[in-house]
Design a protein around this ligand. Structure first.
Ligand SMILES: Nc1ncnc2c1ncn2[C@@H]1O[C@H](COP(=O)(O)OP(=O)(O)OP(=O)(O)O)[C@@H](O)[C@H]1O
Length: 262
């Protein structure tokens, strides 16, 4: 159902509010089909950085290219075909039923005022199935639980069939089964994905590479084993942790030891 992934390249991104530097000279990339995680504490600049990548916030410095094309030179419609976004509080101002909400993901592929085609309906139905939300199609979006809303927004992003996925805390509100289901789905899609994540264990298990932000600047990047060290977790999050390789997967397993949290 999906287009192959597209290369994402962000160079020297900066943004400031009043005199405060919110994001400082951050460069990152995601190769075709790579699942890249963006980590950092509350307020470290993850959403601001993502908003520059998905073209709602114009960078004060730097640029973003998707498949080699500068996102600010491309129009909004071209960008919507190139990348699908699951943003925080992404429900929009209007209340729609779930079917129409997911069909909105088809808009960048339709001519103005065109009706939904059979193909659009088929793609939306498939996205609903893949996110375990098909039973909700008749419901109004505003009446859903937090986790249901999140999965419907993911379905809308999938229906967009873009080669790049940008996800801002996609597992927010999800129970543990749906957290794993979403991360597995993202992996299996094979799209290029950049996701801001709070759950370090999920990031360790599913991401190919990670970037770690602190106060708007990158402090580490690399494989999960390179980034998720006890030293980095203590320095950036201020929590003591023990990190060991999993006996099952070899990936880092994090045990938090917050007894000395100050
Ligand atoms: N328009 C703005 N004006 C002033 N400050 C802002 C603005 N937008 C963001 N900030 C500040 O920039 C910092 C980074 O915010 P951002 O939402 O990018 O962080 P985050 O890493 O996504 O945090 P969280 O994990 O809590 O979602 C925060 O301190 C926030 O209050």
């Amino acid at each position: 159902m999906s287009a192959p992934g597209a290369h994402l390249q962000a160079d020297g991104l900066s943004w400031q509010a009043a005199a405060a530097h919110i994001v400082r000279d951050v460069s990152l990339h995601a190769a075709q089909g790579e699942f890249v995680g963006l980590l950092g504490p509350n307020g470290s600049g993850k959403s601001t950085l993502l908003r520059m990548v998905y073209r709602v916030l114009r960078p004060a410095g730097g640029r973003v290219r998707v498949a080699g094309r500068d996102v600010w030179q491309a129009g909004a419609r071209e960008s919507a075909r190139a990348m699908a976004v699951l943003a925080q509080e992404g429900g929009g101002a209007f209340d729609l039923c779930v079917r129409d909400m997911v069909l909105m993901g088809r808009t960048p592929h339709q001519s103005p005022f065109a009706r939904d085609s059979d193909e659009d309906l088929r793609i939306a139905a498939e996205a609903l199935e893949r996110t375990d939300t098909a039973h909700l199609v008749e419901r109004m979006f505003s009446t859903l639980s937090g986790g249901e809303k999140q999965r419907v927004l993911m379905a809308r992003a999938l229906a967009q069939q873009a080669p790049l996925l940008i996800l801002d805390e996609p597992t927010n509100h999800l129970d543990v089964r749906h957290q794993f289901a979403l991360m597995q789905l993202v992996r299996r899609l094979g799209l290029t994905t950049l996701a801001a994540l709070h759950d370090l264990q999920l990031a360790a298990h599913y991401c190919d590479r990670l970037y770690l932000l602190q106060d708007g600047a990158l402090v580490a990047q690399g494989t999960p084993a390179q980034v998720l060290t006890a030293k980095h977790i203590a320095r950036v999050y201020g929590v003591r942790a023990s990190v060991t390789p999993s006996a099952h997967s070899g990936k880092p397993v994090i045990e938090y030891l917050p007894d000395d949290l100050r």
